[in-house]
Write a protein that binds this ligand. Structure first.
Ligand code: G4P
Length: 526
């Protein structure tokens, strides 16, 4: 197969959801379709377990195991599909956000009973920043949940997505009978007790036909007719280009655990989801079809075992062909590097790859050379954009508890920040160091790792801040005025950019109202 065909058959996406909505279950069903795993449970066993919510060591160990599921590739209808795992834990970390910068599209899973939940909101915001095309899967229709229209309204208002249902449920919970596929005009009946498949497909091109009443009963048939009519009146025609521009999201209903509605969504996904997209760098746009290789690191996973200090840097290939044992330029360091053991992860097994194409992700063993956002090329100096830092929500002052180890502390903090474990800020007022994270768990991880990997002891001091925003100003006078009034809440990030820390959403709103010429951004790239 030629280079162009290889790129055209790749689709790289992430599944986004609040914990428990069914992301792992759906991933597993998708992998089963592709034959990448033979039995259900293979992915599940790598999932961070719910019982481990307070034990951070246990969670980190499990995150270590879940490296195996960081990228899952499978073949389906001659396509190579890469699912990038976005680890979902209550205490999730910034690398979940960052993984979304390496995908070309996303599937959002929503629990029919719970509707749109907080983590989904945060993750979809990241997708929307980049106009990532999104397909929505409303899961657990075998359980009682919210009304379909109510859910669609919630998705539109909370996630800011324009939606277009491509299937519509017939009943729900005990009365769930299946879905009507509006795209292909087929009734897909739910047969949970069937040995072969939970789906039976009946073609009904005319909803007014008696066949529908025969299949689902008169009452359900009438309700379906009414609802489908409303769907057709309320929602616009589905347009693939609108989806690809991130302007409209098709919605499917199903039950992942019963493998119902999954194939239908997958078949639509392979039809409409984008192949590897053009990417922006500070210098120029990179077309995936360019012959020369380029890629960027979006996630670094450290080994928690002190005996194996190596790390794995995950690199997304953006153009050309990446080859094993070939010299590439590490742009930031200005040095050549080659990789004898680049790895792909397929569910539970690791493989060394000889070649990888745009859209693929390879794991590179690293002894500390990489930072998040680093670029590798065949020689050109490029810096990929769109791998920002995200606004943290928890903050602590960092105090050195062992003055003899200040160098170690400094080095440890720097390296952990490079890995993207958390972000370091320096307060303008007093020059003190502040660590900001997305989830509280990271503080314990940092403390533990500083002790065990660097021999440094850190003590935290609470900082009652809730949000950090990168600021942009219209004129120097605007900045001066803002600085004079908010000095105590200002800090610099790792690149020296000015950040405003707000004590509450109310304080942020006040600052926005009082300083209309200052823009507040929730990620470092805007
Ligand atoms: P997550 O990765 O998004 O956190 O969710 P996961 O797939 O682990 O699913 C969370 C729970 O929801 C699991 O139950 C799973 O079996 C269940 N689930 C997933 N899809 C459906 C569905 O379509 N219908 C129903 N009724 N349940 C669904 P659990 O009890 O936590 O785990 P398990 O013991 O079943 O593995």
């Amino acid at each position: 197969m030629g280079f162009i065909e290889e790129i055209n058959r790749r689709k790289t996406f992430g599944i986004v959801s609040h914990p428990d909505a069914g992301k792992t279950t759906l991933t597993e069903k998708l992998l089963l379709f592709g034959g990448a795993i033979q039995t259900a449970g293979a992915v599940k066993s790598n999932k961070i377990k719910k019982s481990a919510t307070s034990d951070f060591m246990e969670i980190e160990k499990q995150r270590g195991i879940s490296v195996a599921t960081s990228v899952m590739g499978f073949e389906y209808r001659d396509l190579k599909i890469n699912i990038l795992d976005t680890p979902g834990h209550q205490d999730f970390a910034e690398d979940t956000f960052r993984t979304l910068t390496a995908v070309d599209s996303a599937i959002v899973v929503i629990d029919v009973a719970k509707g749109v939940e907080t983590q989904t909101e945060k993750l979809v915001k990241v997708c929307r920043m980049r106009q990532t095309p999104i397909i929505v899967f409303i899961n657990k229709l075998d359980r009682e949940g919210k009304d379909g229209f109510e859910l669609l309204d919630e998705i539109e208002s909370k996630l800011g997505l324009m939606v277009k249902p491509l299937s519509w449920p017939v009943g729900m919970g005990q009365l769930f009978q299946g879905v009507y596929n509006l795209y292909e005009k087929k009734l897909v009946l739910f047969r949970p007790h069937s040995k072969q498949s939970s789906e039976e497909i009946i073609e009904i091109t005319d909803l007014d036909s008696d066949e529908l009443d025969k299949q689902v009963g008169e009452k359900a048939a009438d309700l379906l007719r009414e609802e489908v009519m409303m769907v057709e009146e309320v929602y616009p025609e589905f347009d693939k280009d609108d989806y690809l521009n991130g302007d409209i999201s098709p919605v499917f209903f199903g039950s992942a655990v019963n493998n119902f509605g999954v194939k239908e969504m997958l078949d639509c996904f392979v039809e409409i989801a984008p192949t590897p997209l053009t990417r922006e760098t500070e210098q120029r746009e990179i077309d995936p079809y360019e012959p020369k290789f380029s890629g960027f690191v979006f996630k670094i996973h450290a080994n928690m075992d002190p005996k194996h200090r190596d790390r794995i840097a995950f690199m997304r290939i953006c153009s050309g062909v990446f080859k094993r044992n070939t010299n590439y330029l590490h742009v930031r360091q200005g040095k050549k590097m080659k990789f004898p053991n680049p790895t792909t992860f397929m569910a539970s097994k690791k493989d060394i790859v000889e070649e990888a194409y745009p859209g693929d992700v390879v794991g590179l063993y690293d002894s500390g050379n990489f930072k998040i956002g680093d670029t590798l090329t065949e020689g050109e100096v490029l810096n990929f954009k769109g791998i920002p830092s995200f606004s943290p929500e928890q903050f602590r002052y960092v105090n050195n508890a062992d003055p003899m180890k200040s160098k170690q502390l400094e080095k440890g903090v720097r390296q952990l920040m490079d890995e993207g474990v958390a972000q370091l800020f320096i307060k303008e007022l007093n020059g003190r160091k502040v660590i900001g994270t997305v989830g509280a768990l990271q503080f314990e991880v940092i403390q533990y790792r500083l002790k065990h990997e660097y021999g440094a002891t850190v003590q935290y001091e609470h900082l009652p801040m809730k949000k950090a925003c990168w600021i942009e100003w219209e004129s120097e006078a605007d900045l001066k005025e803002f600085e004079s009034r908010r000095k105590k809440d200002l800090a610099k990030d790792k690149d020296g950019n000015l950040v405003y820390m707000a004590e509450s959403s109310w304080a942020l709103k006040m600052a926005q109202d009082n300083h209309p010429n200052i823009k507040f951004h929730f990620s470092s790239e805007y």
